[in-house]
Ligand binder design. Structure first.
Ligand code: F6P
Ligand code: MG
Length: 435
């Protein structure tokens, strides 16, 4: 088997790891204390005292990171037992997961704040800001659903066009160009889709859509899984995509895999699902297209009640482990996730962090084949699709020379910003599959 490159580490000044440890993480943790103190203002005296203690623990934690202290193994979680690591030089993926796990432990040890979601406030605020896009997509989906007839279900070309549209909406879920989602009929959409394909050619650097569609069409029904990423608008696009799969019979069941604790600020935890449906019903925040939104919420409740849409957390997703552990005998939950995902026709891994874990967050040359970078997972029998907008250094499956070309174009378009990479921008994406 090929040797595995070194992981990205926090002392690598050319990696986003370095910006993370020096700037991003302190700012995120400061936000946690600010929101906690604000939330505690309406709490009882004892709860307020506890909040002050937690805020001070988080404050000391921020100082530990700046002072380059050790990442002491976590007694409460056997997946965080690496020794002799220091904040300013530790592997990026391990230390970033450790950061969220350790912070949650301050809350877990308390009496009043165990179930408090340290990122709820920021997730909510961001979602409210996307109300225009939410309304547009609601309208669009109601229109799509009204076209789903027995005839459409057997029209491979029409279904493929819609599948592509909704897959793209889910891919660009946190920065989607919703200009496509105007009220158009299917013929107009097919024409517009050509424009989307041109955009795809520029921004999607590695594109396995044709194979994914062939797989979906060749095996209708069955179960499709989403290893989720962010709450709010992205979760909403995933839900709409899931409804489409169910409504068209491309899947009989969809399983969503959220995180078990607040994670990487915006990731979905189980409570976010019900909260999303509640928020969508609040006309003060989502005033446009209330009828379309109402019918989507009703339909989502229905598919959930009928067991067609299931939420299934597993603590494996909040370990620091690469997904190479999703295999028979995989440690810290890897084995149970493997047993579960083997039963799926296709598993969508959403977003950047899931991609870092698929590829181990190591410095693969960027033309390494995706299959090689996912290592043991390639032989696990799990059918993998990554829908990822690129926000971190690791990236594989690019044509030879493409990385150099992107670096050159980025440097030309961003003069005066040396040391910042095209790969951190979120402007590009990959749709990569191993089926
Ligand atoms: O690369 C920056 C970053 O914040 C990483 O910490 C993390 O991998 C990613 O972005 C989170 O993005 P996503 O929500 O797409 O996983
Ligand atoms: Mg995320």
């Amino acid at each position: 088997m090929t040797s595995v490159p070194q992981p990205y580490t926090n002392d690598d000044t050319s990696s986003f790891a370095h910006t993370s440890v020096t700037q991003r993480w302190p700012a995120i943790l400061e936000g946690v204390t600010r929101d906690l103190i604000e939330a505690s203002e309406s709490a009882s005296g004892e709860a307020r005292d506890e909040a002050v203690t937690i805020a001070s623990d988080v404050g000391s934690f921020i100082s530990d990171i700046a002072a380059n202290h050790e990442l002491v193994p976590l007694a409460e979680d056997a997946s965080f037992t690496e020794e002799n690591l220091r904040w300013q030089s530790a592997p990026w993926l391990y230390s970033e997961c450790y950061l969220y796990r350790k912070t949650q432990l301050f809350f877990d040890r308390s009496k009043f704040w165990k179930n408090y979601d340290m990122f709820r406030h920021s997730k909510e605020q961001t979602f409210f800001k996307s109300s225009e896009a939410v309304a547009t997509l609601a309208d669009r989906y109601v229109q799509v659903a009204s076209q789903v007839t027995a005839q459409l279900k057997s029209d491979q070309l029409a279904l493929k066009v819609l599948f592509h549209e909704l897959l793209n909406t889910s891919l660009w879920g946190n920065a989607t160009d919703l200009s496509l989602l105007v009220t158009v009929n299917l013929e107009e959409l097919k024409r517009l889709q050509v424009a989307a394909e041109d955009r795809d050619k520029e921004s999607v650097l590695s594109q396995d859509f044709e194979g994914i569609w062939k797989h979906m069409w060749g095996e209708k029904g069955g179960r499709v899984d989403f290893v989720l990423d962010n709450a709010g608008f992205e979760l909403y696009t995933d839900l709409i995509f899931a409804l489409f799969l169910l409504d068209t019979g491309l899947a009989e069941q969809v399983v969503f895999h959220p995180k078990s604790q607040p994670w990487f600020v915006s990731d979905v935890i189980p409570a976010d699902w019900a909260h999303l449906l509640d928020m969508l019903s609040e006309t003060s925040h989502f005033p446009k297209n209330p009828d379309a939104l109402h019918s989507i919420v009703k339909r989502l409740e229905q598919v959930q009640n009928e067991g067609q849409l299931i939420l299934r957390p597993n603590k494996f997703w909040t370990t620091p482990l690469p997904f190479w552990e999703i295999r028979e005998g995989g440690i810290h939950g890897g084995d149970s996730v493997w047993r579960d995902l083997r039963g799926s026709k296709l598993v969508f891994f959403k977003g950047d962090l899931n991609y870092r874990k698929l590829t181990g967050d190591v410095a693969w040359p960027r033309d390494t084949p995706f299959k090689m970078a996912i290592r043991e997972l390639a032989g696990s029998g799990v059918k993998i699709v990554s829908l990822r907008t690129i926000k971190a250094d690791v990236c594989v499956g690019l044509p030879p020379g493409k990385d150099k070309e992107l670096e050159r174009v980025w440097a030309e378009e961003h003069p005066g910003k040396p040391g910042i990479s095209w790969a951190w921008s979120g402007n590009y994406a990959v749709v990569q599959a191993h089926l």
